[in-house]
Design a protein around this ligand. Structure first.
Ligand SMILES: Nc1ncnc2c1ncn2[C@@H]1O[C@H](COP(=O)(O)OP(=O)(O)OP(=O)(O)O)[C@@H](O)[C@H]1O
Ligand code: SF4
Ligand SMILES: [Mg+2]
Length: 337
Protein backbone atom coordinates (compact mmCIF):
# COMPACT_ATOMS: atom_id res chain seq x y z
CA UNK A 1 0.00 0.00 0.00
CA UNK A 2 1.26 3.49 -0.81
CA UNK A 3 2.15 5.63 2.20
CA UNK A 4 0.54 8.99 1.69
CA UNK A 5 1.64 12.34 2.91
CA UNK A 6 -0.19 15.63 2.90
CA UNK A 7 -1.83 16.00 -0.49
CA UNK A 8 -0.67 19.57 -0.87
CA UNK A 9 2.94 19.04 0.15
CA UNK A 10 5.25 21.22 -1.96
CA UNK A 11 7.15 19.32 -4.64
CA UNK A 12 4.64 16.49 -4.52
CA UNK A 13 2.83 17.42 -7.72
CA UNK A 14 5.01 15.20 -9.90
CA UNK A 15 3.50 12.18 -8.13
CA UNK A 16 -0.01 13.16 -9.15
CA UNK A 17 -1.33 11.16 -12.09
CA UNK A 18 -4.86 12.58 -12.21
CA UNK A 19 -6.03 16.00 -11.23
CA UNK A 20 -9.64 17.07 -11.55
CA UNK A 21 -10.61 20.71 -11.09
CA UNK A 22 -14.14 22.16 -10.74
CA UNK A 23 -15.50 19.35 -12.90
CA UNK A 24 -19.13 19.44 -14.02
CA UNK A 25 -21.01 16.79 -15.99
CA UNK A 26 -24.53 18.01 -16.53
CA UNK A 27 -26.87 15.97 -18.73
CA UNK A 28 -29.53 17.98 -20.61
CA UNK A 29 -33.10 16.65 -20.40
CA UNK A 30 -36.13 18.12 -22.20
CA UNK A 31 -39.76 17.65 -21.21
CA UNK A 32 -41.03 18.52 -24.70
CA UNK A 33 -39.47 19.20 -28.08
CA UNK A 34 -39.73 22.97 -27.74
CA UNK A 35 -39.11 23.31 -24.03
CA UNK A 36 -35.85 24.60 -22.62
CA UNK A 37 -33.54 21.85 -21.39
CA UNK A 38 -33.11 21.21 -17.70
CA UNK A 39 -29.92 19.62 -16.43
CA UNK A 40 -29.23 16.53 -14.35
CA UNK A 41 -26.25 17.78 -12.34
CA UNK A 42 -24.64 14.35 -12.00
CA UNK A 43 -21.17 15.77 -11.29
CA UNK A 44 -21.20 19.26 -9.86
CA UNK A 45 -17.99 21.16 -9.14
CA UNK A 46 -15.80 18.23 -8.20
CA UNK A 47 -12.07 18.66 -7.51
CA UNK A 48 -9.62 15.98 -6.38
CA UNK A 49 -6.34 14.39 -7.30
CA UNK A 50 -4.88 10.87 -7.22
CA UNK A 51 -1.24 9.99 -6.78
CA UNK A 52 0.61 7.40 -8.83
CA UNK A 53 0.02 3.92 -7.39
CA UNK A 54 -2.71 5.11 -5.04
CA UNK A 55 -6.20 3.63 -4.69
CA UNK A 56 -8.93 6.16 -4.08
CA UNK A 57 -12.31 4.69 -3.17
CA UNK A 58 -15.31 6.67 -4.36
CA UNK A 59 -18.32 5.89 -2.17
CA UNK A 60 -21.88 7.16 -1.99
CA UNK A 61 -25.42 5.93 -2.38
CA UNK A 62 -27.10 5.08 -5.65
CA UNK A 63 -27.52 8.02 -8.02
CA UNK A 64 -24.90 10.22 -6.33
CA UNK A 65 -22.86 10.47 -9.56
CA UNK A 66 -20.04 7.96 -8.99
CA UNK A 67 -20.24 6.22 -12.37
CA UNK A 68 -20.65 9.53 -14.20
CA UNK A 69 -17.54 10.89 -12.45
CA UNK A 70 -15.59 7.72 -13.31
CA UNK A 71 -16.64 7.85 -16.96
CA UNK A 72 -15.94 11.56 -17.24
CA UNK A 73 -12.37 11.30 -15.90
CA UNK A 74 -11.82 8.52 -18.47
CA UNK A 75 -13.20 10.90 -21.10
CA UNK A 76 -16.04 8.55 -22.03
CA UNK A 77 -17.99 11.80 -21.62
CA UNK A 78 -16.81 15.27 -22.49
CA UNK A 79 -17.15 17.41 -19.35
CA UNK A 80 -19.60 20.31 -19.31
CA UNK A 81 -17.08 22.44 -17.40
CA UNK A 82 -13.83 22.15 -15.49
CA UNK A 83 -10.64 20.29 -16.27
CA UNK A 84 -9.15 16.80 -16.18
CA UNK A 85 -5.35 16.70 -16.13
CA UNK A 86 -3.82 13.26 -16.71
CA UNK A 87 -0.06 12.96 -16.20
CA UNK A 88 0.32 16.70 -16.69
CA UNK A 89 -1.78 16.93 -19.87
CA UNK A 90 -5.18 18.55 -20.10
CA UNK A 91 -7.47 15.92 -21.65
CA UNK A 92 -10.78 17.69 -20.92
CA UNK A 93 -11.74 18.43 -24.51
CA UNK A 94 -9.36 16.35 -26.64
CA UNK A 95 -10.83 14.60 -29.68
CA UNK A 96 -10.95 10.80 -29.90
CA UNK A 97 -7.92 10.90 -32.21
CA UNK A 98 -5.99 13.09 -29.78
CA UNK A 99 -6.98 10.74 -26.93
CA UNK A 100 -5.44 7.64 -28.53
CA UNK A 101 -2.40 7.62 -26.18
CA UNK A 102 -4.70 8.09 -23.19
CA UNK A 103 -6.95 5.18 -24.20
CA UNK A 104 -3.94 2.85 -23.86
CA UNK A 105 -3.04 4.19 -20.43
CA UNK A 106 -6.47 4.35 -18.79
CA UNK A 107 -9.12 1.62 -18.64
CA UNK A 108 -12.47 0.86 -17.05
CA UNK A 109 -13.77 -2.28 -15.36
CA UNK A 110 -17.57 -2.30 -15.25
CA UNK A 111 -19.97 -3.56 -12.61
CA UNK A 112 -21.60 -6.16 -14.84
CA UNK A 113 -19.02 -8.25 -16.71
CA UNK A 114 -21.76 -9.92 -18.74
CA UNK A 115 -22.95 -6.64 -20.21
CA UNK A 116 -19.46 -5.30 -20.78
CA UNK A 117 -18.19 -8.31 -22.77
CA UNK A 118 -19.33 -8.89 -26.36
CA UNK A 119 -21.48 -12.08 -26.16
CA UNK A 120 -20.65 -13.04 -29.77
CA UNK A 121 -16.89 -12.98 -29.25
CA UNK A 122 -14.78 -15.77 -27.79
CA UNK A 123 -12.43 -14.75 -24.96
CA UNK A 124 -9.52 -14.76 -27.43
CA UNK A 125 -11.27 -12.31 -29.75
CA UNK A 126 -12.37 -10.03 -26.90
CA UNK A 127 -8.71 -9.57 -25.95
CA UNK A 128 -7.40 -9.60 -29.52
CA UNK A 129 -9.71 -6.74 -30.45
CA UNK A 130 -8.08 -4.51 -27.81
CA UNK A 131 -4.59 -5.30 -29.11
CA UNK A 132 -5.53 -4.82 -32.78
CA UNK A 133 -7.31 -1.53 -32.14
CA UNK A 134 -4.19 -0.31 -30.36
CA UNK A 135 -1.95 -1.00 -33.32
CA UNK A 136 -0.34 -4.32 -32.34
CA UNK A 137 -0.11 -5.96 -35.78
CA UNK A 138 2.12 -8.97 -35.02
CA UNK A 139 -0.19 -11.97 -34.63
CA UNK A 140 2.30 -14.03 -32.66
CA UNK A 141 2.93 -11.20 -30.21
CA UNK A 142 -0.81 -10.77 -29.72
CA UNK A 143 -1.28 -14.47 -29.09
CA UNK A 144 1.54 -14.51 -26.50
CA UNK A 145 0.11 -11.51 -24.73
CA UNK A 146 -3.39 -13.00 -24.63
CA UNK A 147 -2.20 -16.31 -23.15
CA UNK A 148 0.03 -14.52 -20.66
CA UNK A 149 -2.68 -12.13 -19.44
CA UNK A 150 -5.17 -14.99 -18.98
CA UNK A 151 -2.58 -16.77 -16.90
CA UNK A 152 -2.04 -13.62 -14.82
CA UNK A 153 -5.75 -13.30 -14.03
CA UNK A 154 -5.91 -16.95 -12.97
CA UNK A 155 -7.76 -18.37 -16.00
CA UNK A 156 -5.56 -21.42 -16.37
CA UNK A 157 -4.82 -23.23 -18.54
CA UNK A 158 -5.37 -20.24 -20.89
CA UNK A 159 -5.75 -22.56 -23.90
CA UNK A 160 -8.99 -23.79 -22.34
CA UNK A 161 -10.47 -20.33 -21.85
CA UNK A 162 -9.61 -18.69 -25.18
CA UNK A 163 -12.26 -20.72 -26.98
CA UNK A 164 -15.11 -19.91 -24.62
CA UNK A 165 -17.89 -17.38 -25.08
CA UNK A 166 -18.86 -15.17 -22.08
CA UNK A 167 -22.05 -17.19 -21.40
CA UNK A 168 -19.92 -20.32 -20.90
CA UNK A 169 -18.11 -18.71 -17.95
CA UNK A 170 -19.12 -18.12 -14.32
CA UNK A 171 -19.60 -14.53 -13.05
CA UNK A 172 -16.18 -14.56 -11.39
CA UNK A 173 -14.48 -15.91 -14.55
CA UNK A 174 -16.19 -13.25 -16.66
CA UNK A 175 -14.94 -10.52 -14.34
CA UNK A 176 -11.43 -12.04 -14.65
CA UNK A 177 -11.75 -11.70 -18.45
CA UNK A 178 -12.86 -8.07 -17.96
CA UNK A 179 -9.81 -7.48 -15.76
CA UNK A 180 -7.57 -9.17 -18.36
CA UNK A 181 -8.99 -6.83 -20.99
CA UNK A 182 -8.32 -3.83 -18.74
CA UNK A 183 -4.69 -4.75 -17.97
CA UNK A 184 -3.57 -6.23 -21.32
CA UNK A 185 -2.15 -2.89 -22.48
CA UNK A 186 -0.33 -2.36 -19.15
CA UNK A 187 -2.32 0.74 -18.18
CA UNK A 188 -1.32 3.22 -15.48
CA UNK A 189 -4.83 4.03 -14.36
CA UNK A 190 -8.02 1.98 -13.94
CA UNK A 191 -11.52 3.01 -12.93
CA UNK A 192 -13.14 -0.07 -11.36
CA UNK A 193 -16.87 0.61 -11.11
CA UNK A 194 -18.32 -1.67 -8.41
CA UNK A 195 -16.28 -4.55 -9.86
CA UNK A 196 -17.53 -7.15 -7.37
CA UNK A 197 -21.07 -6.05 -6.54
CA UNK A 198 -22.69 -8.53 -8.98
CA UNK A 199 -20.61 -11.49 -7.79
CA UNK A 200 -21.26 -14.06 -5.08
CA UNK A 201 -19.82 -13.09 -1.71
CA UNK A 202 -17.40 -16.04 -1.85
CA UNK A 203 -15.85 -14.78 -5.11
CA UNK A 204 -15.70 -11.07 -4.22
CA UNK A 205 -12.64 -11.40 -2.02
CA UNK A 206 -10.76 -13.34 -4.74
CA UNK A 207 -11.41 -10.66 -7.36
CA UNK A 208 -10.48 -7.81 -5.01
CA UNK A 209 -7.34 -9.69 -4.06
CA UNK A 210 -6.46 -10.02 -7.75
CA UNK A 211 -6.95 -6.30 -8.33
CA UNK A 212 -4.87 -5.49 -5.27
CA UNK A 213 -2.10 -7.76 -6.52
CA UNK A 214 -1.98 -5.96 -9.89
CA UNK A 215 -2.00 -2.61 -8.23
CA UNK A 216 0.96 -3.61 -6.11
CA UNK A 217 2.94 -5.49 -8.78
CA UNK A 218 2.47 -3.00 -11.60
CA UNK A 219 1.94 0.23 -9.67
CA UNK A 220 -1.50 0.75 -11.22
CA UNK A 221 -3.47 3.71 -9.89
CA UNK A 222 -7.10 2.87 -9.11
CA UNK A 223 -10.31 4.77 -8.73
CA UNK A 224 -12.40 2.15 -6.95
CA UNK A 225 -16.12 2.90 -7.04
CA UNK A 226 -18.17 1.09 -4.43
CA UNK A 227 -21.28 1.02 -2.26
CA UNK A 228 -19.52 -1.30 0.12
CA UNK A 229 -17.58 0.72 2.66
CA UNK A 230 -16.38 -2.49 4.33
CA UNK A 231 -14.16 -3.36 1.35
CA UNK A 232 -12.49 0.06 1.38
CA UNK A 233 -10.87 -0.83 4.68
CA UNK A 234 -8.57 -3.37 3.06
CA UNK A 235 -8.48 -2.02 -0.43
CA UNK A 236 -8.08 1.76 -0.56
CA UNK A 237 -5.57 4.34 0.63
CA UNK A 238 -8.07 7.18 0.70
CA UNK A 239 -11.84 7.57 0.47
CA UNK A 240 -13.83 10.28 -1.32
CA UNK A 241 -17.49 10.43 -0.30
CA UNK A 242 -19.90 11.65 -2.97
CA UNK A 243 -23.34 13.08 -2.35
CA UNK A 244 -25.67 14.58 -4.98
CA UNK A 245 -22.89 15.09 -7.52
CA UNK A 246 -20.45 16.67 -5.07
CA UNK A 247 -17.55 15.40 -2.98
CA UNK A 248 -18.42 16.03 0.64
CA UNK A 249 -15.52 14.36 2.48
CA UNK A 250 -12.06 13.18 1.41
CA UNK A 251 -9.36 11.64 3.58
CA UNK A 252 -7.27 8.62 4.48
CA UNK A 253 -9.33 5.43 4.70
CA UNK A 254 -8.56 4.64 8.32
CA UNK A 255 -9.30 8.22 9.42
CA UNK A 256 -12.64 8.41 7.63
CA UNK A 257 -13.79 4.98 8.79
CA UNK A 258 -12.51 5.58 12.32
CA UNK A 259 -13.73 9.16 12.71
CA UNK A 260 -16.10 10.43 10.00
CA UNK A 261 -16.60 14.22 10.14
CA UNK A 262 -19.43 14.93 7.70
CA UNK A 263 -22.96 14.15 9.01
CA UNK A 264 -23.64 12.12 5.84
CA UNK A 265 -20.48 10.04 6.26
CA UNK A 266 -21.39 9.64 9.95
CA UNK A 267 -24.77 8.33 8.88
CA UNK A 268 -23.09 5.75 6.64
CA UNK A 269 -20.70 4.59 9.35
CA UNK A 270 -21.77 3.85 12.85
CA UNK A 271 -19.13 2.92 15.38
CA UNK A 272 -20.36 0.34 17.89
CA UNK A 273 -18.53 -0.57 21.10
CA UNK A 274 -16.92 -3.98 20.65
CA UNK A 275 -13.74 -5.30 22.26
CA UNK A 276 -12.63 -6.74 18.93
CA UNK A 277 -11.36 -3.83 16.76
CA UNK A 278 -12.31 -5.79 13.63
CA UNK A 279 -15.98 -5.56 14.65
CA UNK A 280 -16.07 -1.94 15.80
CA UNK A 281 -17.25 -0.64 12.48
CA UNK A 282 -20.90 -1.07 11.76
CA UNK A 283 -21.77 0.04 8.29
CA UNK A 284 -25.32 1.18 7.90
CA UNK A 285 -25.12 1.73 4.16
CA UNK A 286 -27.87 4.31 3.71
CA UNK A 287 -29.02 7.09 6.04
CA UNK A 288 -32.75 7.73 6.51
CA UNK A 289 -34.55 9.91 3.95
CA UNK A 290 -34.43 10.22 0.18
CA UNK A 291 -31.48 11.35 -1.94
CA UNK A 292 -32.21 14.69 -3.68
CA UNK A 293 -33.39 15.21 -7.24
CA UNK A 294 -30.31 16.17 -9.23
CA UNK A 295 -32.29 18.43 -11.60
CA UNK A 296 -33.43 20.68 -8.74
CA UNK A 297 -31.25 19.88 -5.73
CA UNK A 298 -32.23 21.65 -2.50
CA UNK A 299 -30.72 25.12 -2.10
CA UNK A 300 -27.60 25.35 0.07
CA UNK A 301 -26.12 22.10 1.32
CA UNK A 302 -27.70 19.25 -0.71
CA UNK A 303 -27.80 17.09 2.44
CA UNK A 304 -29.79 19.65 4.47
CA UNK A 305 -33.26 17.99 4.19
CA UNK A 306 -31.81 14.82 5.77
CA UNK A 307 -29.26 16.36 8.13
CA UNK A 308 -29.84 16.04 11.89
CA UNK A 309 -27.26 18.82 12.56
CA UNK A 310 -28.53 21.44 10.11
CA UNK A 311 -27.85 25.16 10.84
CA UNK A 312 -29.71 28.23 9.45
CA UNK A 313 -26.99 28.84 6.86
CA UNK A 314 -27.29 25.29 5.51
CA UNK A 315 -30.36 26.13 3.39
CA UNK A 316 -28.69 29.24 1.95
CA UNK A 317 -25.07 28.47 1.12
CA UNK A 318 -23.41 25.47 -0.48
CA UNK A 319 -20.53 24.51 1.82
CA UNK A 320 -17.17 24.32 0.04
CA UNK A 321 -14.86 21.33 0.35
CA UNK A 322 -12.16 22.73 2.64
CA UNK A 323 -9.11 21.20 4.31
CA UNK A 324 -9.81 20.79 8.01
CA UNK A 325 -6.67 18.85 8.91
CA UNK A 326 -3.72 17.66 6.81
CA UNK A 327 -5.10 15.64 3.90
CA UNK A 328 -8.66 15.74 5.28
CA UNK A 329 -11.31 17.77 3.46
CA UNK A 330 -14.95 18.30 4.41
CA UNK A 331 -17.83 20.23 2.82
CA UNK A 332 -19.99 21.15 5.82
CA UNK A 333 -20.81 24.46 7.55
CA UNK A 334 -20.08 22.85 10.93
CA UNK A 335 -16.39 22.93 9.98
CA UNK A 336 -16.21 26.55 8.81
CA UNK A 337 -13.34 28.46 10.40
N1 LIG B 1 -26.56 9.68 -19.83
C1 LIG B 1 -27.31 10.22 -18.88
N2 LIG B 1 -28.30 11.10 -19.18
C2 LIG B 1 -29.08 11.66 -18.21
N3 LIG B 1 -28.92 11.41 -16.89
C3 LIG B 1 -27.95 10.56 -16.54
C4 LIG B 1 -27.09 9.91 -17.50
N4 LIG B 1 -26.22 9.10 -16.85
C5 LIG B 1 -26.52 9.22 -15.52
N5 LIG B 1 -27.54 10.10 -15.35
C6 LIG B 1 -28.13 10.51 -14.07
O1 LIG B 1 -27.08 11.04 -13.30
C7 LIG B 1 -27.26 10.71 -11.92
C8 LIG B 1 -26.03 9.99 -11.41
O2 LIG B 1 -25.98 8.71 -12.01
P1 LIG B 1 -24.75 7.71 -11.80
O3 LIG B 1 -25.04 6.50 -12.58
O4 LIG B 1 -23.50 8.44 -12.08
O5 LIG B 1 -24.84 7.43 -10.23
P2 LIG B 1 -24.12 6.29 -9.35
O6 LIG B 1 -23.64 6.97 -8.11
O7 LIG B 1 -23.10 5.59 -10.17
O8 LIG B 1 -25.31 5.33 -8.98
P3 LIG B 1 -25.30 3.72 -8.73
O9 LIG B 1 -24.66 3.53 -7.38
O10 LIG B 1 -26.73 3.34 -8.76
O11 LIG B 1 -24.49 3.08 -9.83
C9 LIG B 1 -28.54 9.88 -11.86
O12 LIG B 1 -29.59 10.77 -11.53
C10 LIG B 1 -28.68 9.35 -13.26
O13 LIG B 1 -30.04 9.11 -13.57
S1 SF4 C 1 -23.68 21.86 5.86
FE1 SF4 C 1 -25.35 21.84 7.32
S2 SF4 C 1 -26.91 20.52 6.39
FE2 SF4 C 1 -24.99 20.15 5.33
S3 SF4 C 1 -24.10 18.43 6.38
FE3 SF4 C 1 -23.23 20.25 7.34
S4 SF4 C 1 -24.59 20.70 9.06
FE4 SF4 C 1 -25.67 19.25 7.74
MG1 LIG D 1 -22.88 3.59 -10.74
Amino acid sequence: MVVLGDEDMPGDNENIILEVKDLKMWFPVRKGLLSKPEYVKAVNNVSFSIKKGETLALVGESGSGKTTLGKTVLRLYEPSEGSIIFDGKDISHLTEKELRWFRKRAQMIYQDPYESLNPYYKVYDILDEVLISNGITDKEERSERILSVLDRVGLTPPSEYIKKYPHMLSGGQRQRVAIARAIILNPDFIVADEPVSMLDASIRAQILYLLREFRESYGITLLYITHDLATTKYFSDRIAVMYAGRLIEVGKTREILGNPFHPYTQALIEAVPDPDPQNRLKLRGTPPGEPPNLINPPPGCPFNPRCPKKLDICEKEVPELIEVSPGRKVACHLYRT
